[in-house]
Design a protein around this ligand. Structure first.
Ligand code: PCA
Length: 166
């Protein structure tokens, strides 16, 4: 299969609420390469009233982020772009990651939030995301259940990130 490597750090990870997108054969093919860490530091915050994990495009601030690298085909890549609302909400960019098992440095795609509110940088910065972490900010997965709700959620997320309360 055509190989695209994608690094996931949020709800797409194993045991997180959107992981089924990666395993659903209807969305395309995916294969776990392994755990990895970003070479660059990034602010990983939880924000909006849906408790969405956002990786802010502010390299140098925050932590080296822990996540998982997957090999995906073109079909899965475009389905992930739909889920992440690329390029309207998150933007998919190439980035360097270190693979945990071998220490090898690889280039992979990553979804970053470019149009963030400056005060999102004041939120607690995580190294590793979990929807059920001690932060008590559980992810609002129910909004992803159907397409209409998803459209609404994206609209509200954009509003939250651009102007309203975090
Ligand atoms: N899912 C993507 C980006 C943010 C999110 O919720 C991920 O897990 O990498």
């Amino acid at each position: 299969m055509a190989t695209n490597l994608v690094f996931v750090y949020g709800t797409l990870k194993q045991n997180e609420p959107n992981h089924h997108w990666l395993t659903d054969k209807e969305n395309g093919e995916s294969k776990l390469v392994g755990k990895a860490t970003t070479q660059e530091r990034y602010p990983l915050v939880i924000a909006s009233r849906f408790n969405i994990p956002f990786l802010l495009a502010a390299p140098g601030k925050g932590e080296h982020i822990e996540g998982e690298v997957y090999e995906v085909d073109e079909k899965m890549m475009s389905n992930l772009d739909i889920l992440e609302d690329h390029p309207k909400l998150y933007e998919r960019k190439k980035n360097k990651m270190t693979l945990e098992t071998t220490g090898e440095v690889i280039e992979s795609w990553i979804y970053l939030l470019h149009k963030y509110r400056p005060d999102m940088l004041d939120l607690p910065m995580l190294k590793s995301y979990s929807s059920k972490g001690s932060h008590g900010k559980e992810y609002a997965a129910r909004y992803l259940r159907d397409d209409v709700c998803r459209e609404n959620m994206y609209a509200e997320m954009n509003a939250a990130v651009n102007s309203e309360d975090l």
